[in-house]
Design a protein around this ligand. Structure first.
Ligand code: NDP
Length: 370
């Protein structure tokens, strides 16, 4: 998603004029009378966070639309087996998403494929004008940003071919794939050490490849590695290729090619699983001029809420979570964002009566929903 967003012409215009605290209902009627493009709650992103938010706002009788983005369903779609989401018995990630999506659609949430390109904020009118990649112009009274974060990639041969078939990015999700196997973990930060700790009870042996001469991980985390006798840490080692049988019915990884970053010497070692833990990039660049985020691009939230620095914009899931990045947590964030959006819209005068009055103007996207 980040890749696509970066390619888009990004223009965020802040049209701040005099401040009013409520949605200008007369203006809304006039604005949307013929265009049928008003959306009380527009959720950007269709992963577990976005869909959870949508379920809550739809149940509060607020017309809710989810724009799926470039990675419909989010990161869970690529997760082999979800075993740590409370209430969900070991199922592939896509099944979790399709079940939440079904639940949302049954509550009349509209889910459509498109990607946000431009957001204009006119504070005086109480709406956000959203222009999409496919040229749609939508008027959202509130936004829930749930665009997720993408695990950073190595961009080496074999990485794509064996994705989820020996190459993984979430040790918490996929640790059981390492059972009895020779495993390579790539990275030198806290995430890499955490990955080793999750994999250690399962893997036969683990080689941690650190490309630099030292780790970026905290001292405390590095100390935790000492207790594992079957973990070998190799510094100055860069992984340059992943090998295996790609064209089999069940593709599998057999070796990796390493390069010593000092001597440039190449070697081939046996490995049946590769866990890449080299950080994440939040999919937030398109919002960077609109709301505040930290130096890594994670959206900043106000206190214990999902509120961003702009009233009416909420964020949930990995795009605002530099630490946990778990599906269950994202779902909880989404629920909180949904509740925050409901409270915001009520405070702006969007009562059940007002919402019904405007309903003829709502965006419905009949074609894709049929
Ligand atoms: P970091 O940015 O901290 O570390 C990334 C690591 O990956 C670095 O060692 C980096 O090497 C390495 N790396 C980057 N690109 C490549 C590449 N192409 N090939 C090989 N190695 C590469 O990311 P983390 O995800 O580990 O941590 C992110 C933040 O989350 C940190 O602030 C961390 O403290 C926090 N965190 C905390 C945890 C905890 O406290 N339990 C758990 C997990 C994360 P180099 O140093 O050479 O650039």
């Amino acid at each position: 998603m980040q890749k696509m967003l970066n390619r888009l012409c990004i223009s965020i215009v802040l049209l701040a004029s005099f401040h009013i605290n409520a949605i200008d209902m007369n203006y809304m009627r006039e604005l949307t009378g013929n265009q049928k493009n008003l959306i009380p709650v527009l959720v950007l992103g269709s992963g577990v966070a976005g869909l959870s938010a949508a379920i809550y706002t739809a149940r509060a009788q607020l017309h809710t639309v989810v724009m799926a983005g470039n990675e419909p369903g989010g990161q869970l779609m690529g997760s082999t087996l979800v075993e740590n989401m409370p209430g969900v018995l070991a199922v592939p990630g896509y099944k979790v998403i399709s079940s939440i999506e079904k639940q949302a659609r049954e509550l009349d949430v509209i889910i459509f494929n498109d990607t946000v390109q431009v957001i204009e904020h006119d504070e005086s009118k109480g709406y956000f004008k959203v222009i999409t990649e496919n040229g749609r112009i939508l008027y959202a009274l509130s936004l829930v940003i749930a665009t997720g974060a993408s695990p950073n990639k190595l961009h080496i041969p074999g990485e794509k071919e064996y994705a989820n078939a020996g190459v993984f990015t979430c040790a918490v999700c996929d640790c059981r794939q390492a059972t009895g196997k020779k495993v390579v973990v790539v990275g030198g930060g806290d995430s890499a050490i955490e990955a080793v700790m999750h994999l250690a009870p399962y893997a036969k042996e683990i080689t941690l490849l650190v490309r630099a001469g030292q780790m970026r991980a905290s001292y405390a985390m590095q100390e935790k590695l000492r207790k594992y006798e079957h973990v070998d840490i190799q510094f100055h080692k860069k992984i340059i290729e992943i090998l295996g049988q790609a064209n089999e019915i069940e593709p599998c990884v057999s070796h990796v090619i390493l390069q010593d970053t000092l001597s440039h010497k190449i070697e081939k070692i046996a490995a049946e699983c590769v866990f890449v833990a080299i950080g994440h990039t939040p999919n937030s660049s398109i919002f960077s001029q609109l709301i505040t985020m930290d130096d890594q691009g994670y959206i900043s939230l106000q206190g214990r809420s999902q509120k961003t620095t702009i009233p009416g914009i909420f964020a949930a899931g990995d795009v605002a979570d530099p630490i946990y990045k778990q599906a269950g947590k994202a779902s909880g964030d989404g629920i909180a964002a949904g509740l925050d959006a409901i409270a915001y819209l009520h405070s702006q005068g969007l009562s059940v009566t007002a919402a019904q009055e405007l309903s003829a103007c709502y965006f419905r996207n009949e074609i894709e929903n049929n």
